[in-house]
Design a protein around this ligand. Structure first.
Ligand code: ARG
Length: 573
């Protein structure tokens, strides 16, 4: 399609010059071209609104006049004016050949570009709070963040995945207090994170009724910030133990980070002092009830930088880390993926950051909020014991997948591996299927279904494609020439495959992996319609070759799409 757009832009450039003496650059015209949503309006559209004022003509008249300068030929079947638009109808044969030709040439590279020019895009994701087990809520940032990472990579950026652990803050004063009081009651080795979070919850409860306990917790955190050895050792133990558990889960999910850092690296230190100095220099740091704050606007609470007991805040630590990220990575984008509960936090620190880093780094800051995960049975709550821990959920999903494979009598070598690929893939797919800001309602039986808009369904479609290609010994480097005109159903599938490059771009630019997920669902279902009504391995050699090319193309697109989302694509299922 790209080539045809280039061709159309060239023709329009000539026509505009010829008719109105307008000297528009080819790039400018190219960027004005649209893809009509409705197929009835052709494949490429050129809007004429912007010329109306200068030419003192209505957009419709301009469109008609330009059209007179153009003639349908070769690649273009028909040109038609509808309102202010000139619509181009590309010859089907040309489109299908172009798209499949490109996919066959590029293979799994199809859809990748280098518009990013290797520039750095930072993605702060997952970033769990230590001393707590990983629960279902953490799943979303991990999955969305990873998908964004892969999307930006496809666009030729250098993504940097940052896991910024929540490993500092006054809650660790309470964890330490809980640990000191209750550690003997737990089998820490066996289940360290549940034990620690339970000790924390108990200390927290005590502190609610007993101010003295709260004071001790505050004291612990103060000591921690001052580098007290006992507190620091305990904290290190919490951190190491937590990381060990998280690594296991990341490993299971195939998730990797380029950088592990955390709030602790941005607590009382040169790094925070520098930010405080900058805020002081700009004269924006003021006293308020013993705390140091930056006032933003009349109608909102100020951004608290230092608490009245001199502790650093989440905001200050984030500001120090923005400065560090700007210096270390000279980023063009720095993305933060968290639940929507933190919208206010990021909104504030991004505004305060203008006192700390250059304008260009402010422009690159993006908060990507997402909705909550809810169980079909109701909201998740720690208090009511309805929290789902990720490890349990993953185990469950794998177990259930295994059962399905056994029922289906699936014949593969490594059934356990396949059950893992399906189970985890199903969780990821379900998570990325919804617009990210929407709350996700969760039902394991639903997400594991082999039919419907699920991960297993799309994986299954891919496995089927692989087996067709294998059976036909399809070799993309050795395709015989053939002449064949694709029918409507086939043309539809191929045109859809042609959209992948754009879909990747759109999903990345909108920070919305669901755009890609929905697209994969569309491809899989269009492919299934084709497959159910056409014989691929047909007697007619021309037909067979042409259809195998289509099957191959669909395979490339589904595999690529799923892999970007972080989902594996087994060849056999
Ligand atoms: N630890 C936080 C949480 O679990 C998320 C951190 C997000 N990143 C950041 N730079 N503040 O809610």
């Amino acid at each position: 399609m790209e080539e045809i757009k280039i061709y159309v832009a060239q023709k329009l450039k000539e026509a505009l010059n010829e008719k109105y003496n307008l000297e528009l650059s080819y790039e400018e015209i190219f960027s004005m071209l649209e893809s009509p949503k409705d197929k009835a309006n052709g494949d490429i559209a050129f809007p004429c609104f912007r010329f109306a004022k200068d030419l003192h003509l209505s957009p419709n008249v301009i469109a008609l006049e330009i059209k007179e300068e153009l003639s349908a030929e070769d690649k273009i079947e028909k040109i038609q004016v509808i309102g202010a638009y000139i619509n181009f109808y590309v010859s089907s044969g040309k489109i299908t050949d172009d798209i499949l030709g490109k996919i066959i040439e590029k293979g799994q590279e199809y859809g990748s570009t280098n518009i990013g020019n290797m520039r750095n895009v930072l993605i702060d994701y997952s970033s769990p709070n230590i001393a707590k087990p990983f629960h279902l809520g953490h799943l979303r940032t991990t999955i969305i963040g990873r998908a964004l990472y892969n999307l930006y990579k496809e666009l030729g950026y250098t993504p940097v995945g940052i896991n910024y652990l929540g490993d500092w803050g006054r809650q660790f004063g309470l964890v330490i207090e809980g640990y000191k009081r209750f550690k003997d009651e737990y089998e820490l080795e066996k289940d360290p994170l549940h034990s620690l979070s339970d000790m924390y919850a108990r200390a927290n409860n005590l502190a609610k009724d007993d101010e003295k306990v709260m004071d001790l917790a505050r004291e612990n955190f103060k000591k921690l910030e001052e580098g007290d050895e006992e507190c620091l050792n305990l904290w290190k133990y919490f951190r190491d133990t937590s990381l060990k558990e998280y690594y296991r889960i990341y490993d299971l999910m195939g998730c990797k980070f380029d950088v592990y850092t955390g709030e602790s690296e941005f607590s009382v230190s040169e790094r925070t002092n520098e930010v405080i100095d900058m805020l002081n220099e700009k004269g924006v740091l003021t006293e308020s009830q013993g705390a140091k704050v930056v006032n933003l606007s009349e109608n909102e609470p100020p951004c608290i930088i230092i608490k009245s007991n001199e502790s650093t805040t989440y905001a200050l630590r984030d500001l120090a880390s923005i400065l560090w990220r700007a210096r270390n990575y000279d980023y063009v984008k720095s993305i933060y993926v968290t639940s929507y509960e933190q919208i206010h936090h990021f909104n504030q620190i991004f505004r305060v950051a203008k006192y700390v880093v250059d304008e260009k780094y402010i422009e690159g800051l993006v908060h990507v909020p997402y909705g909550m995960v809810r169980l079909k049975t109701g909201k998740m709550s720690t208090r009511e014991g309805t929290v789902i821990y990720l490890q349990d959920l993953i185990d469950d999903a794998i177990k259930k997948s295994m059962k399905i494979l056994e029922e289906k009598n699936t014949d593969v070598e490594d059934k356990e591996k396949l059950a893992k690929q399906i189970g985890i893939g199903a969780l990821v797919f379900n998570d990325l299927k919804h617009n990210k800001i929407k709350d996700v309602v969760f039902d394991l039986n639903e997400v594991l279904r082999f039919d419907g808009e699920t991960g297993p369904y799309v994986q299954y479609m891919y496995a089927r494609i692989s087996s067709i290609l294998k059976k036909a010994s399809f070799d993309k480097n050795n395709i015989k020439d053939s002449s064949y005109e694709y029918n409507d159903v086939e043309t539809e599938v191929i045109k859809l495959l042609g959209k992948l490059p754009n879909v990747i771009k759109e999903a990345a630019e909108n920070y919305e992996p669901s755009i890609l997920t929905r697209y994969i669902i569309d491809v899989a279902s269009a492919f299934s319609t084709f497959y159910n009504s056409n014989t691929v391995l047909s007697e007619d050699e021309n037909e067979k070759i042409a259809r195998l090319k289509l099957v191959y193309g669909a395979g490339v697109v589904i595999k690529k799409g799923l892999n970007i989302l972080g989902i594996e694509t087994p060849e056999k299922m």
